[in-house]
Design a protein around this ligand. Structure first.
Ligand code: NAD
Ligand code: MLT
Length: 320
């Protein structure tokens, strides 16, 4: 019988689903790296979110591994190449957390514009400061949405309802489908100087790493405000801090960081930065949906039915 290990906190309905299908599962959400390396060879399936690094070393130790399931979207914490070379299927749950991530993006955007976290802390500390927290409206402003996949599009729908002008970039979206969302497709070079707000919704890849760095931040208009609810590493954090310090960037709202959990708090302690600890998908609805989606995909795979949600089917075909 195949054995499944859940190595991060995933909604318990996945455990119940496996249980009702008589599938053995160990739920060890607090497991540390060394323990994981020691026991991974007992398992056929590993389920993670974004904290466990399913890197080449872990994959090498998992000599029975056949499938790595990502309860979420981004697979940048999984070495997909190393897995593919060993014939291991990597699957994620596209769409399960789209709405939550889009809503979190908008929460960050609005909170940044109206200094809500800073004003809340000030009030809680017994102060009644009104002058320091004057904000900025979204209405009539231009938002540059970089990455117009599932989340980028939901952000666009919400930006339209706030009366914003939308520009965007995504190499695979057609002008027609962008126009349906009232997004004007432009190149990055065209977006940077005109966007009042930039919101990132691309995966972290070799191409998108440091998408926003000194070179590109310099091209942005003075006073730009930036939201990153996609992935740490898309923005060079040291360059961003410099741009905040010299006033070129007026505000930043971030959910994701180069290093997670966060070790260096310098950036988030800047007065014009608001931040959350990777909470984009942390809602009851998203976690429930994702867990059921991944569980159902794995049950189907175990039953020998079609493989859904695989991100490396094309690589498996090459390597096997
Ligand atoms: P998606 O695959 O539906 O969309 C990603 C889009 O980015 C695609 O349309 C793709 O063409 C585009 N893209 C790729 N490279 C690009 C580039 N260089 N320039 C412009 N566009 C590019 O994915 P999604 O579900 O919308 O998720 C987007 C990102 O959000 C992922 O990185 C995901 O991990 C992250 N995410 C974060 C959270 C969170 O908790 N903060 C939650 C869910 C997803
Ligand atoms: C994702 O890519 O799905 C997000 O990072 C959400 C998560 O894993 O919590």
């Amino acid at each position: 019988m195949k054995k499944i290990l859940i190595a991060e906190k995933v909604h318990k309905n996945i455990v119940n689903l496996f249980g009702s299908n008589d599938i053995a599962v160990d739920y060890l959400p607090e497991i540390n790296r060394n323990e994981l390396l020691n026991i991974i060879s007992n398992y056929n399936v590993l389920i993670v979110r974004s904290a466990v690094k399913a890197d080449a070393e872990l994959i090498e130790h998992g000599n029975k591994l056949e499938l790595i399931g990502r309860a979420g979207t981004g697979v940048d914490n999984i070495n997909v190449d190393a897995a593919s070379r060993k014939g291991i299927i990597v699957m994620n749950t596209p769409g399960g957390n789209t709405i939550s991530a889009a809503e979190h993006t908008f929460s960050l955007l609005l909170s940044m514009c109206r200094h809500i976290p800073q004003a809340n802390s000030s009030l809680r500390s017994g102060k009644w400061e009104r002058k320091s927290f004057s904000g900025t409206e979204l209405f009539g402003k231009t938002i540059g949405i970089i990455g117009l996949g599932k989340i980028g599009r939901e952000v666009a729908i919400r930006a339209n309802s706030f009366g914003m002008n939308l520009v965007g970039f995504d190499p695979v979206i057609s002008e027609e489908s962008a126009a349906e969302l009232k997004i004007k497709l432009l190149s990055l070079e065209e977006i940077y100087p005109i966007a009042d707000f930039i919101s990132l919704h691309v995966p972290l890849t070799d191409e998108t790493k440091n998408l926003l760095s000194k070179k590109t931040l310099d091209k942005c208009r003075k006073g730009v405000r930036i939201v990153n609810c996609a992935r740490g590493g898309l923005i060079n954090e040291a360059d961003l801090l410099d741009a905040l310090n010299d006033g070129h960037v007026a505000g930043v709202a971030i959910d994701v960081f180069e290093n997670e959990p966060l070790i260096d708090f310098t950036l988030i302690n800047h007065r014009n930065v608001i931040a959350t600890p990777h909470l984009g998908a942390s809602t009851d609805e998203a976690q429930e949906k994702i867990a059921l989606q991944l569980g159902t995909q794995i049950v189907k795979w175990l039953e020998g039915k079609e493989i859904e949600g695989s991100v490396n089917a094309h690589l498996l075909n090459i390597y096997l």
